[in-house]
Structures are given as structure tokens and as C-alpha cells.
Design a protein. Structure first.
Length: 287
């Protein structure tokens, strides 16, 4: 039976989270530090998001810094504290991933963090795309009891990663959700869905909004030597979310129609017919 497709929006602020909810997103992954790939949001950000998201599930990324996923003892303790804070503030889930220096899943550390999540859902994030052996990593993640893996199929975009994504879905065999992310949009989400067999998708759907500042000092950048657009703000665009949802709705309708057609072509036998078949078998045995 076909599953209804779901969209998770990577929200860089409470404002983005609210816009995603209004557009019909199933779930929010709340992140700070998007240019670094997402870092743990503040206490206030999580609390406000929880207060305002009453129709959409809230997941919080647990990542103390950008860069790799090899964490020091101090960073590990920070992650434990952040998981407990997210839980206390009412998050529905948390998102994290830890690796060894060799590019394997750090199973002991992951288990330690898993022990702190309680009833929250858990997603292993794109640390998976840095694993040296994705198939082995998948089995380890399943063994930890994690609910889903966010991955681009170890490629620059999920569309390029379709071959591995499809293979991961087949290997998972319903034991865990494979959720494509990175470069997903209304223009390719249906293709990714149809070619991989996935039903959950992760993307940002953001657009840049001009700042309300009238006075602007163009000589100074808050990013130091790295030039950052100080007077542009990226916010989730409801139209982009709705467009992707529309594409998935069309796919889901086609899946339902195909399922209905297959059922009509291959109707299940009635109990009476099964009994007749059993009687025929008995007659054959008597011969």
C-alpha cells in the first residue's frame, strides 16, 4: 500500500518554521548556522518554535559546531545537554550523527546520545554522507534504533545521489526511513521520489528577502574577511513549499490509481475459493 509523501523543511529561524507550517510542511528541522551545514539553535529559538508550531512536528538539530563529525569529550557533553534541553522544551525529535576518525559510525557515542532522547524521534543527519562504508553504516544506524537517515546519497545533491538512495531504500527494506536531502526542490522532487521509492523529503525552500535597514555601511562586514550579504535575509518561501507538495500530491494520486488498477487485475481470492483450492489439493493427494 502506498504511503503519503511528507516534507521536512530545514528552517533557519522561527520565522521560517512558521511559514513552513502555514505552507503545509509535515515537519520542521530547526537549525542555526545554515552556512556551516546547520548547528544547534538557541534555547529561545527552540522554545518559541515549540510555542508557535501547533500543526507541524518540530525536530532540532544537535550539532555543536560546523565542520566534521568527530567530536571531542567536551563537545559530546554539550550534545548531551542540548538533547536534554530539546526534550524539556517539547521537541518531537532530534537530529544528530557522530563518526570515528576512520569515517565509521561512532556506535558507542551514538548509543550514549540515544539513551538521552527518551520518546523523541531521531534522525541520523548528513554525517552519513561522510561515512566510508554507507551500507555498513546503515546497518549500524538501524541497530541503534534510529528512525530515519537524512542523506544526499553521498553526492553533491540528492538528484545525483539517486542510485545510492535507491539501493539504500532496498537495503533498509522498511526497517528505517531513507530521507533524501540537499538540492531537493519542486523541479526534481517527483523524479527523486519515483526513482528511489522514498516518501519523506528534506529541503529548505528559502528565498532572499531584503533588509528593512535604511542606513547601510557597505565598508563593514560582520563576517570579517568573508563577504556576507548583510542586508539580505533568507526565509522559507511558502510558495516553494507548496509547489513541492503539489508535485508529491500528483505522485501520490498516480500511485493510488496504479495500486487500484493492480488490485482490479489481481483480485484476492475469496475464502470460499481458497477452500475449493484446498479440496483440490486433497483430491490430488488421494490419487
Amino acid at each position: 500500500m502506498s504511503n503519503k509523501s511528507k516534507i521536512e523543511i530545514c528552517a533557519n529561524s522561527v520565522e521560517s518554521a512558521v511559514k513552513a507550517q502555514q505552507a503545509g510542511a509535515y515537519r520542521i528541522e530547526l537549525c542555526a548556522g545554515i552556512p556551516e551545514g546547520g548547528t544547534t539553535p538557541s534555547f529561545g529559538e527552540i522554545r518559541m518554535a515549540r510555542q508557535l508550531l501547533n500543526q507541524t512536528k518540530l525536530h532540532v538539530i544537535i550539532r555543536p559546531r560546523g565542520g566534521d563529525f568527530l567530536y571531542s569529550p567536551i563537545e559530546q557533553e554539550i550534545m548531551l545537554h542540548d538533547i536534554k534541553v530539546a526534550r524539556q522544551l517539547g521537541a518531537d525529535g532530534v537530529v544528530f550523527g557522530c563518526l570515528t576518525a576512520e569515517g565509521n559510525v561512532d556506535v558507542p557515542l551514538m548509543q550514549k546520545l540515544m539513551n538521552a532522547v527518551g520518546e523523541m524521534s531521531v534522525t541520523f543527519h548528513r554525517a552519513f554522507d561522510m561515512c566510508s562504508n554507507p551500507k555498513e553504516a546503515l546497518e549500524q544506524i538501524i541497530g541503534l534504533g534510529i528512525d530515519r537517515v537524512l542523506t544526499s546519497g553521498q553526492e553533491a545533491t540528492a538528484e545525483k545521489g539517486i542510485p545510492l538512495l535507491k539501493e539504500l531504500v532496498e537495503l533498509a527494506d522498511g526497517r528505517i526511513i531513507i530521507m533524501p536531502g540537499c538540492g531537493v526542490n519542486a523541479g526534481n522532487i517527483r523524479k527523486i521520489a519515483e526513482e528511489t521509492g522514498t516518501s519523506e523529503f528534506h529541503f529548505s525552500g528559502r528565498s532572499s528577502v531584503d533588509s528593512g535597514m535604511i542606513y547601510r555601511n557597505s565598508k563593514v562586514s560582520m563576517g570579517g574577511t568573508v563577504k556576507i550579504e548583510e542586508y539580505l535575509k533568507d526565509v522559507t518561501d511558502p510558495n516553494k513549499v507548496k509547489a513541492a507538495l503539489s508535485e508529491l500530491a500528483l505522485k501520490d494520486e498516480n500511485d493510488k490509481a496504479l495500486e487500484k488498477k493492480n488490485k482490479s487485475l489481481n483480485p484476492k481470492k475469496s475464502k470460499k475459493e481458497d477452500d475449493w483450492d484446498d479440496d483440490d489439493d486433497d483430491l490430488d493427494d488421494d490419487k
